[in-house]
Design a protein around this ligand. Sequence first.
Ligand SMILES: [Zn+2]
Length: 189
Amino acid sequence: MILNLVIFIFGLMIGSFLNAVIYRLHTGESIINARSHCPKCNHVLAWYELMPVISFLLQGGKCRSCKKAISFQYPIVEIATGVLFVLIFNFQFSIFNEFSSSNFQFLNLAYLAIVASSLIAIFVFDLKHYIIPDKIIYPLIGLVFFYRIFDFLKFIFLRITLVLLLICNRFHLIRLIFLLSDTKDLNVI
Ligand SMILES: [Zn+2]
């Protein structure tokens, strides 16, 4: 339960970042360097105005400086990302990942979180501007392409390992049968 809460809060924070990405891809601002500001009065936001959902609720959905309404997009994207992260975390083990060994679970989790986040940003950007931004879709295609290849190679590797193990075990089994039956044919193997 606490782990789910931590993941939900992490999802809220990623959702907040996605809102910034959606806004800055449209205005052409730097995604990493620029300080977050009110799109209406350019008031630079302090840390307490940047808390996902909480700031929105505390400020009554309005900018502290110009009192103009903040779009409902912000809390909706944050909550949707939080919920999706919790769902991915709880279901990836059983649904998406039947062949993976536990070593790859974390990698798979990160992969699914990145894909889900990118799809949320694409969905909202498309809804607002009728554009699927190249800056999200091309890196995403590259990531999915390489991850699928990696996943396929991993699958092949695991199968080969499994077959080798089976072959080895079979020889051991046959040797055991010969030993138990105490025949002279043991030299055959
Ligand atoms: Zn403002």
